[in-house]
Design a binder for this molecule. Structure first.
Ligand code: SF4
Length: 372
């Protein structure tokens, strides 16, 4: 059976070469060719002996997910759609800004957690993405954006930040997420700083502890409610890991985190979680956790009964947080909306959970194409 080398981090490649009687340093060489230089053809790996290159061609492949589409907006935002087989497709988004370039990637085809306001959740769940499918989104985006063709020669990074905030709950796919994160941080691969890689979670407490111990990167938490009663409804995983446990896990995480705060994401839903009293309740709830808030105006999708909060209501909510000395940003631009919380990206999911009871065919992409 051939191995997809994009599924392996440095430890995995070392084990692969050991199993085939090769020296450990081969892992470092191949890692650099694959990820730093973006090469998929073994013949191009010129510092590797010809006999080993032939062996690799027999034993292994380099297979990222196929890119189905790359739509570029006027502001330079790219939306990539990737085929992950079986009728499923996931999206990544690249958002260029003056000081940085951020790629938002997906970790699952769909999501099983069924948050009530989330378009991804409503599409159901098919499966976890493999490491090659997760890291392959970065690999493919770098090809398209020219990162492998010398644009980074002067030290400028085309993709300086990666956020795991696309389709899926990254910590419900912890093994593959952690391996992909290790590749992002590895100096022989992408060499990203831990501060510039962010995992967004809805609050899977045991997996947050595991991430802290195994690969602590920056953390964002989808909070969305100031008390358990409302959060049980909006983010059902809260019934298993209520706020008290979630906030304690955030404090534990900060002991090893590369940043000294957690980002709380809060989608503002008109008349549901956006009152002045709820803003004050939120301040009291998070008093003990160094944090900042991303306030996200809700993007309605077909079939939802939630509405976006009015601009004055969003402003009023933010002002209460700001007046208490808490950093609170309100996301406005299209690209920022996308990379502000998990479940903000489109795709296509053949639901295996029977939640939808039918095939969901990329409603959001159809809407976007129709200019909605
Ligand atoms: S908000 Fe995040 S965790 Fe909840 S259903 Fe959507 S993708 Fe899953």
């Amino acid at each position: 059976m051939t191995v997809n080398l994009l599924d392996l981090d440095a430890a995995g490649l070392t084990a692969f070469f050991a199993a085939h009687g090769e020296k450990p340093f081969r892992a470092r060489q191949v890692l650099r060719w694959l990820h730093r230089f973006g090469r998929a053809d073994f013949a191009a790996m010129t510092d590797i002996a010809g006999s080993l290159r032939e062996k690799l061609a027999r034993l292994a492949v380099v297979r990222p997910p196929a890119m189905l589409a790359d739509r570029v907006s006027d502001d330079g935002t790219h939306k990539f759609l990737f085929d992950v087989g079986g009728g499923n497709a996931v999206e990544s988004v690249f958002i260029p800004e003056e000081e940085r370039g951020t790629l938002c990637i997906s970790t699952q085809a769909g999501c099983a957690l069924d948050c009530s306001f989330c378009s991804t959740g409503k599409q159901g769940f098919n499966r976890n993405l493999t490491v090659a499918e997760i890291i392959g989104q970065l690999w493919q985006a770098r090809q398209v954006l020219g990162a492998y063709q010398g644009k980074e020669a002067n030290g400028e990074r085309v993709i300086s930040n990666v956020v795991l905030m696309g389709m899926g709950e990254p910590l419900a796919n912890p093994d593959n997420t952690v391996t992909a994160l290790r590749l992002m941080l590895d100096d022989n691969a992408y060499g990203l700083s831990r501060r510039r890689v962010t995992v967004s979670t809805s609050g899977l407490v045991p997996a947050m502890d595991r991430l802290r111990d195994e690969c602590a990167v920056a953390l964002a938490v989808s909070l969305h409610a100031p008390n358990d009663r409302l959060r049980d409804e909006l983010v059902p995983i809260n019934r298993k890991y209520p706020l008290r446990e979630l906030l304690a896990a955030c404090r534990r995480y900060l002991e090893k985190a590369p940043r000294d705060f957690v980002t709380f994401e809060y989608v503002l839903l008109d008349g549901v979680n956006d009152s002045a009293a709820q803003a004050r309740e939120l301040l009291a709830l998070t008093r003990e956790v160094p944090c900042k808030f991303n306030l996200i105006p809700f993007n309605p999708f077909p079939g939802t009964s939630y509405r976006r909060s009015s601009a004055p209501r969003i402003r009023g909510f933010a002002e209460i947080l700001l007046a208490a000395g808490v950093v609170a940003t309100t996301r406005r631009t299209r690209g920022d909306d996308i990379a502000a919380a998990c479940g903000q990206l489109a795709g296509q999911v053949l639901d295996r959970t029977r939640r939808t009871g039918r095939r969901v065919i990329d409603l959001r992409l159809e809407r976007q194409e129709a200019g909605a």
